[in-house]
Design a protein around this ligand. Structure first.
Ligand code: T46
Length: 140
């Protein structure tokens, strides 16, 4: 099984002084795409799973700015579970990557930067359909 290559953990530079810490996120600089949308997920019930889909074109970077959760990434060949609990670490999620977020702490705030505006037709919400599309892409 190949190792997942479509996501990258990115260390975000912390600008710190004796008042505390600050992290700046900039389009086409430490974020490798133009940011068109930002959303954040919080007050998720611990027993809930979110995500459970892939995107056809959307690229996103996820930062757990507070608390913790787990992120399963699946490129159709192999799966990996990442623990997100650092505001100075981003996870890049490129297109055609199935994702599931779970094990949310009560105080978890997950911020997501996105390369496109919200578009429901970009979602692949059926896992079998996702696997079919991965196979078609691999053949082409
Ligand atoms: C993703 C993971 C990490 C909007 O109206 N605008 C938005 O920008 C978003 C992201 C969602 N919505 C609506 C669509 C649904 O009615 O908010 C509702 C909840 O969205 P969803 O069930 O897709 O949320 P998650 O947490 O399962 O997935 C979200 C993103 O949708 C998705 O792109 O990659 O976070």
């Amino acid at each position: 099984m190949s190792k997942i290559k479509k996501h990258n953990k990115i260390s975000l530079k912390v600008i710190g002084d004796d008042r505390g810490s600050l992290i700046a996120l900039e389009s086409l600089d430490n974020i490798p795409f133009e940011i068109k949308r930002v959303y954040y997920i919080y007050a998720t019930r611990n027993a809930c799973k979110r995500g459970l889909h892939a995107h056809k074109k959307l690229r996103q970077m996820m930062v757990c700015v507070h608390g913790s959760c787990k992120l399963l990434l699946d490129d159709g060949h192999s799966k990996e579970v990442l623990k997100l609990n650092r505001p100075d670490e981003g996870v890049m999620m490129n297109e055609m990557m199935w994702r599931e977020m779970f094990d949310f702490s009560d105080d978890c705030v997950l911020m997501v930067l996105a390369s496109e505006h919200y578009l429901e037709s970009d979602y692949i919400r059926d896992y079998d359909n996702f696997i079919k599309k991965v196979k078609i892409n691999n053949e082409g």
